[in-house]
Design a protein around this ligand. Sequence first.
Ligand SMILES: NC(=O)c1ccc[n+]([C@@H]2O[C@H](COP(=O)([O-])OP(=O)(O)OC[C@H]3O[C@@H](n4cnc5c(N)ncnc54)[C@H](OP(=O)(O)O)[C@@H]3O)[C@@H](O)[C@H]2O)c1
Length: 334
Amino acid sequence: MTDHTMRALVATEYGEPERLTVADLPVPRPGPGQIQVRIAAATVNPPDLHVISGAFGDVLSLPFPYVPGTEFAGTVTEAGAGVTAYRVGDEVFGSALPRPFAPILAHLPRPSLGTGALAEYTVCEADTPLIAHRPAGVPAEQAAALAIAGSTAQALLDVSELKPGETVLVIGATGSVGLTVLPLLAAAGVRIIATAAREAGATLLRRLGAHEIIGHDPAEYPAGADVVFNLVLGAERLPDAARAVRPGGRLVSIVYPEPTAEQVGRDDVRVHFVWDVAGEHGGMRRVADAAAAGELTAVIASRYPLTDAVRAVVDYARTHPLGKIVVTGAELPA
Ligand SMILES: NC(=O)c1ccc[n+]([C@@H]2O[C@H](COP(=O)([O-])OP(=O)(O)OC[C@H]3O[C@@H](n4cnc5c(N)ncnc54)[C@H](OP(=O)(O)O)[C@@H]3O)[C@@H](O)[C@H]2O)c1
């Protein structure tokens, strides 16, 4: 590594996460409207695995070497021309999909894109609601872990318009979004039925406010839930989720792509898809405020230094972590 190179997690071809390496790459430099951030914490998310496997090949193709990683917290180390919101030394956090995702964000005037967060440095767009200052009271690893799960949890609450006393079934509750949304549901005064395959997950969900735990088998889903959050099932399993909704109730899904009416198979439930890549539900400023107020927290399963980032992604793929896997920044001179 020199002054001009950095360590980064790198895919050099499509394949399993075991084929990733930690390698030296040029430090990315910010263009107009962009900031360079020295990463303090970044996380691993499902799309990191999907894109390197080649599974999204029909919608986006990767240039190699490819640096994964979307959500992060860190320190601004350089600001490009025209950036007024951030200065060198500012603590920031947020979500910036790696640039090869641009085709699926083509509908947005200002998509939040970056050079990949699982690295010592990333460069991202400054003028987007998905990047914000990190409040002093929110640790970097919490901020990084809340960027996606926190904003998604807030959007889920917004669109579902819950009333106290309603029943909500959360499918995929043991995932990172589920673990962050559960306390919000508990605070909303609803009855929470949540899925967990193992006792450790069930215990954690009860601690976060779940009233009833069921297994992953759709046969265990209740009939007549006012709201069902689908946080994990793909299109082919949507009818299972829909069957649990009462007539006139709501099915809210976060699993890409947006469900079609045919996939859901019911015309007597309201179907919503949440994927707030435009920050329409308040973006990172709202996440920052809620995290600082103690209303949003992420469960951290384990931490790895950047030098061990391959193991972080492999463990994410091969084990069943309860909570976020955080990759922490390399030790660098201040
Ligand atoms: N639209 C958006 O804005 C948005 C935002 C974030 C995430 N997402 C998407 O939402 C999904 C979940 O994300 P995440 O980060 O929460 O994922 P995650 O942390 O990988 O969690 C998925 C959870 O679902 C559980 N699960 C697996 N199969 C299940 C089943 N049949 N029934 C119930 N639970 C099951 C898993 O449990 P085990 O580990 O025990 O199998 C795991 O705890 C992914 O597809 C992700 O891409 C979308």
